[in-house]
Design a protein around this ligand. Structure first.
Ligand code: AMP
Ligand code: MG
Length: 484
C-alpha cells in the first residue's frame, strides 16, 4: 500500500515506535466506504479482513505504527508530557494525487504515554466520534474523519464493565499546538525548528518562500482556527475540551470527547462533565482559541526573530489579528443564517435575534431553520419556539422589511439560509440513544440510521422529521463525558 511515513523519519524524540496491541475478537461495525473511495484507500474485501485491519491486529502493509508525543495546557494547566496514550498512528497513506492522510487507531492499546490508562476505548465514545465527526464534515466544518469502527470483543473497565472498540481516524495530520509545547517546555530549539519546518512542508509549503516563514506559519494557524471556530459557532457546536493538545495546526476539529451541539441558545452552555467553570462554554470558544494560539506563538518566538522583544511584539500582533479575522468569519457566517450580508444592518438584526433567542432559550437549530419557513409565509415553526411571541414577531417584521429594503427576494434569502442552517444536527439525546442501543442490545441500527440522516444535514427529510426535534425534558442530556 502507498504509505509514506514521513513522521517516522523524524528523530525518535518525536514518538515511540509501537504496534497496536491485538484484540481478542474484532468485528467490523462500520466502514466508511465513501471516505475510503475519496482517499483511494483499497479496502480489504471481507468483513473479517476489515476487522483485522481496523482493530490493529493486522495493520496495512507499508504502515509504520507509532505513538506521537505531545504536551498540552489542559483547562489552563500545563502538562509537560501527554502523548498518544490510547492511540497509534499507523502511518501516512498517500494517494496517486499526492494527498496525504494520517491513519490512526484510537483504543489500540498501551504506549509509553499511557501513564495509568489502559490504552483502550469503550464502544460509546467510538460511536460518538464516528457520528459527530462525519456530521461535522457534512456540515462543512474542517474535521478529522471516521474511516471505521470495530468492536474488540474485549471488555474495558471504567466505572463499570463496558464493551471495547477501536476507532479509525483520518486526519490531514495529528500535529497539535501541544506538540510544539512539548519541545518548547524542554527548551529544545532544534526540536521546535524541526517540527515547524515539518509542519510548514506538510500543511503550508508555500510559506517556505515567505520573508519570515515561522511568523507566516503562526499567521496561517491563526487564520485556520479563526475560520474553524466561526464554523463551530454557526452550527452551535461546543467542543468541550479545547485544550492545546486538542488544537490542530491544520485547523481541523479534533478529539470528539465531551463535545455536544447546543439545543436552546445560551452562550454559557457547557456540557462537559469536567468543565465545572465553563472555561469551554459555547460563547468562550473564540477567546479560548486565541489563548491557545498565544501558546503556539510563545513556542515559535525563538524562530521568528533572534531578538526576543522583536519576536514578541511581532508574534503578539499576529495573535491579535485573530480577533478581527474571527469576527469577519463569524459575522459573515452568522448573518448568512438570516439571509443577509455582514453589513451594519445585518449585524444589528443578528444581535437582536440572538438576544431574543437567548432570553427564550429558543432552540438554536430549529429557530434558524424556521426562518426559511417564515419567508414562505409560515411563521409557526419560528413562533412556536418562543413562549412570549411579541418580541420575535417585531423582529420578524423588521427582518422582512430589511430584506425588502435590500431587494433580497424570499427565494434568494431561502437559498442563502438553506446552505448554512442545518435541518439536522447530531442531537445529544439521539447520540445517547444510539450508544445505549449498541452497548446494551448490541444493536447498531440507531447509530447507522443517525449517520445516514446526518449525511445530508441541510436536506429536509420528512420521513425522519422526528430527528429534527430538540429533546423532551426527560430526554435532555446535561452532561457529556470524555469516556476515557
Ligand atoms: P484526551 O483528553 O482524551 O484528549 O486525552 C488526554 C490524554 O490522556 C492523552 O494523552 C491521551 O492519550 C490520554 N488518555 C486518555 N484516555 C486514555 C486511556 N484509556 N489510556 C491511556 N491514555 C489515555
Ligand atoms: Mg486529546
Amino acid at each position: 500500500m502507498p504509505f509514506d511515513n514521513s513522521y517516522a523519519r523524524l528523530d525518535e524524540k518525536f514518538y515511540q515506535l509501537i504496534n497496536p496491541t491485538p484484540v481478542k475478537d474484532p468485528r467490523i461495525i462500520m466502514v466508511n466506504r465513501e471516505l475510503a473511495g475519496e482517499m483511494d484507500f483499497p479496502l480489504p474485501e471481507t468483513d473479517s479482513e476489515l476487522a483485522q485491519m481496523f482493530s490493529g491486529n493486522n495493520p496495512p502493509q507499508g504502515s509504520q505504527p507509532l505513538a506521537q508525543v505531545y504536551a498540552g495546557h489542559q483547562f489552563g494547566n500545563f502538562v509537560p508530557r501527554l502523548g498518544d496514550g490510547r492511540a497509534v498512528l499507523l502511518g501516512e497513506f498517500v494517494n496517486s494525487h499526492g494527498q496525504r492522510y494520517d491513519i490512526q487507531l484510537k483504543g489500540a492499546g498501551q504506549t509509553q504515554y499511557s501513564r495509568n490508562g489502559d490504552g483502550r476505548s469503550p464502544l460509546g465514545p467510538v460511536i460518538r466520534e464516528y457520528i459527530v465527526s462525519e456530521a461535522m464534515y457534512r456540515l462543512g466544518i474542517p474535521t478529522t474523519r471516521a474511516l471505521a469502527m470495530v468492536s474488540s470483543g474485549e471488555k474495558v473497565f471504567r466505572e463499570q464493565e463496558l464493551p471495547g472498540a477501536v476507532f479509525t481516524r483520518v486526519a490531514s495530520s495529528h500535529i497539535r499546538i501541544g506538540t510544539f509545547e512539548y519541545f518548547a517546555s524542554r527548551n529544545d530549539h532544534e526540536g521546535i525548528r524541526t517540527l515547524a519546518d515539518y509542519a510548514i512542508e506538510r500543511h503550508y509549503p508555500e510559506l517556505k518562500e515567505a520573508e519570515n516563514p515561522y511568523a507566516a506559519f503562526l499567521g496561517k494557524v491563526c487564520s485556520a482556527q479563526a475560520k474553524l471556530v466561526a464554523g463551530w459557532m454557526r452550527i452551535g457546536f461546543i467542543h468541550g475540551v479545547m485544550n492545546t493538545d486538542n488544537t490542530t495546526i491544520s485547523g481541523e476539529t479534533i478529539d470528539y470527547g465531551p463535545c455536544a451541539f447546543m439545543d436552546g441558545y445560551d452562550p454559557a452552555t457547557v456540557f462537559s462533565s469536567i468543565d465545572s467553570y465553563g472555561r469551554y462554554a459555547y460563547g468562550r470558544q473564540p477567546s479560548i482559541a486565541q489563548w491557545n494560539l498565544a501558546g503556539l506563538a510563545g513556542c515559535l518566538l525563538p524562530l521568528i526573530y533572534d531578538d526576543p522583544e522583536q519576536a514578541k511584539s511581532h508574534a503578539e500582533e499576529i495573535v491579535q489579528g485573530f480577533g478581527a479575522e474571527f469576527r469577519q468569519h463569524y459575522f459573515t457566517e452568522m448573518c448568512s443564517k438570516i439571509g443577509l450580508s455582514a453589513n451594519e444592518q445585518g449585524r444589528k438584526l443578528l444581535d437582536a435575534l440572538l438576544a431574543i433567542m437567548h432570553e427564550a432559550k429558543a432552540d438554536f437549530t430549529q429557530t434558524f431553520h424556521g426562518l426559511s419557513k417564515a419567508l414562505s409565509d409560515d411563521r409557526k415553526p419560528v413562533l412556536e419556539r418562543f413562549a412570549d411571541q411579541d418580541k420575535i414577531t417585531v423582529w420578524l417584521d423588521d427582518w422582512e422589511k430589511e430584506l425588502a429594503r435590500q431587494k433580497i427576494d424570499a427565494t434568494t434569502a431561502i437559498t442563502t439560509m438553506g446552505r448554512v442552517n442545518p435541518v439536522f444536527i447530531p442531537r445529544n439525546h439521539r447520540i445517547e440513544q444510539a450508544i445505549t442501543a449498541a452497548v446494551e442490545q448490541d444493536d447498531f441500527n440507531p447509530a447507522k440510521k443517525l449517520i445516514k440522516i446526518l449525511a445530508n444535514p441541510y436536506l429536509e427529510q420528512p420521513e425522519s422529521s422526528e430527528y429534527m426535534a430538540p429533546p423532551e425534558p426527560e430526554e435532555r442530556v446535561y452532561q457529556t463525558f470524555c469516556g476515557t
